[in-house]
Design a protein around this ligand. Structure first.
Ligand code: HEM
Length: 418
């Protein structure tokens, strides 16, 4: 994962942070290493915060859920935001304004229905033995080596293998995808360099060409498709009697490949990290393996892999007592909502038995993550097998955090088996 490591300059103490001056495009030096104290101050003192660029930063659970629940007022369409950012006609613009997550009904309703073909209960159950086999193979290698980088050797490999299996991407091409995904998703960060823009545009073009060839090949040789493959299912599925155009199809596949691994990778890395930082919770899980599902939820709540979602108002509205005009862009800080003490008692405590746990890490409402059941399944299988098999797992060096805002990413997490 190639993002640069956290800046090593001295970091001013969070106590000297004035929430009124917060700027999401220029966050305080310590923010990416540990955003939560900054978010807590914002939530208390400036919960509907006007960013210097005129957008708003939301940190309260109730305000964020209100936005998710009202898609008529709060649009996911990104054409207005991304035209100046990427330039209309740029490959990044085409991708990020076509994929299912960044469009509104009625188009969203049709495309979302197609995704349901890929995520039926039957499709998911068919993936379970494959996920178990993959996890065990990675853990065998860990046992032989005695140590591993959790990110590189486990958390990255498992989700990309699963989502590539689903789309029928051959094993030897999976590393290519990793670079493309990183470039395309990095382009969603609030601030970009020209090099990042260029890399993102190149990645979309190359990814589209790659998938087009794959689809052509799959259609010519349907016998090469695996039992769980969804590429041709998506291509041939119809919603309201309509098929996706080829451009729409390719962008949905790119989105699914990207959404399906980057986020799950971060969930797995953070899960291992938080458990190692809280050995009492490892002991609890060992004593009661039935806690595996609430544990996955708590990892997702505590370190939201996607920290920020966005919406834009289609009309004048009021949020948390603040009047907002039509055309206002809001940054919904999921990471802050997930630690809101009004929604989660003792919100900064990592508690694998927490119930209820209505975190917002998969979003909410019509765009709620289509792959959430798959991500949860991957998490449950991976954590259950790792902690059952390696009771003496230890951290070899402090986790290396990436310098990104939207995706909460660990770059390196070295552990030993004994
Ligand atoms: C821990 C892992 C994951 C997290 C934290 C996550 C998070 C999210 C979030 C927050 C959204 C909503 C975005 C919004 O409302 O603007 C979303 C949407 C989506 N996710 Fe995930 N996701 C994860 C895994 C996956 C996987 C494994 C897949 C597929 C293989 C996937 C596919 C999708 C799709 C297709 C959407 C768009 C749904 C729509 O717009 O209707 N995600 N995800």
């Amino acid at each position: 994962m190639a993002a640069s490591a956290v800046n090593q300059k001295p970091i001013p103490p969070v106590q000297s942070f004035d929430p009124e001056t917060f700027d999401l495009l220029n966050v305080p030096a310590g923010y990416t290493a540990d955003p939560y104290p900054y978010l807590a101050a914002l939530r208390t003192e400036s919960p509907v915060h006007r960013n210097p660029d005129g957008t708003y930063v939301l940190t309260r659970y109730d305000d964020i859920t209100a936005v998710y629940r009202d898609p008529a007022t709060w649009s996911s369409d990104k054409t207005a935001d991304f035209a100046p950012k990427f330039g209309p006609g740029a490959p990044l613009y085409e991708h990020h304004t076509t994929s299912v997550v960044f469009i509104d009904p009625p188009d969203h309703t049709c495309i979302r229905a197609l995704f349901q073909h890929a995520f039926t209960r039957r499709a998911l159950e068919a993936l379970r033995p494959r996920i178990e086999t993959l996890v065990d193979a990675h853990l065998d290698r860990f046992e032989d080596a005695g140590e591993m980088d959790v990110v590189e050797d486990f958390a990255f490999k498992l989700p990309i293998e699963v989502v590539c299996d689903m789309l029928g991407v051959p094993a030897q091409d999976r590393l290519l995808l990793r670079g493309w995904a990183l470039a395309i998703l990095t382009a969603l960060e609030p601030k970009l360099t020209q090099d990042q823009l260029d890399a993102g545009n190149r990645a979309v073009t190359e990814f589209k060409t790659y998938l087009k060839d794959l689809l052509t090949h799959r259609r010519a040789h349907p016998e090469t498709a695996s039992e769980t493959e969804v590429l041709t299912v998506l291509a041939d599925a119809e919603a309201d009697g309509q098929k996706l155009s080829e451009t729409e199809l390719l962008h949905q596949c790119i989105f699914m490949l990207n959404a399906g691994h980057e986020t799950s990778t971060n969930m797995l890395s953070h899960g291992v990290h938080e458990m190692l930082r809280h050995p009492d919770q490892i002991a609890r899980l060992r004593a009661d393996p039935g806690l595996i599902e609430p544990m996955v939820e708590e990892v997702l709540r505590y370190q939201a892999p996607i920290q920020i979602n966005n919406r834009r108002s289609t009309r004048a509205t009021t949020l948390g007592g603040t009047d907002l005009p039509a055309g206002t862009t809001v940054h919904m800080i999921i990471a802050a909502a997930n630690r809101d003490p009004d929604a989660f008692p003792d919100a900064d405590r990592f508690d694998i038995a927490r119930r209820p746990n209505r975190h917002l890490s998969f979003g909410l409402g019509i765009h709620i993550c289509a792959g959430n059941a798959l991500a949860r399944l991957e998490g449950a299988i991976a954590f259950q097998r790792l902690f059952a098999r390696f009771p003496n797992l230890t951290l070899k060096s402090p986790a290396k955090m990436a310098n990104r805002l939207r995706f909460r990413e660990i770059e390196e997490l070295r552990v030993a088996a004994r």
